[in-house]
Design a protein. Sequence first.
Length: 200
Amino acid sequence: MTNDEPLRPGAQPRIGDLLRSAAARAVPVVGGIGDASLGAPTPCAAYDVRALLNHLYGVVVHFQALAAKQSAELSTTTDWLADADWRDRFETETGKLVKAWSAPGAEEGTTGGMGLPARTVGTMVLLDLTVHAWDLARATGRDFTPDPVVVDGLVGEVEAMAPMARKAGVFEEAVALPGDATPFERLLATTGRDPYAPLV
């Protein structure tokens, strides 16, 4: 499977394969962000583009360790954009993330400080890579369409983790959408994002 080959519906895909497809959609979004856009607002009210990029960068890097059942200091603040080649490095780090979650046993057992099922932890980084790519595309005036199989792979897990995520302040309250909303728009709404709302 190449980096941009769509996943096939059917049996439950492995996290590594889902991440490979998600990375193929996210990397061009990040690579296309110009310096002039770094201060722009995003659908995540607490983050401008630069802050959201730093958050996503940290997730991509630290979740490599979690795939290997190692500890990761997720609260560490790093300016990943300090290096001039941060766009190329993001592609490199997402490649490492895919490799880490594609390793034998990566999605088995438990991992992370909360002792969560490894597949749930893998789903968390898959969600961040997918939803934050949309956030960044929206913030910089571009369209973003994830692989439908990635969306399918996220829906059940995200609905299950939503109450815990809202309690932790990671998700906002779900947004009501019209009946013709797409599965991805409904996924965004579950996280508290309104896919139709203008940025302010």
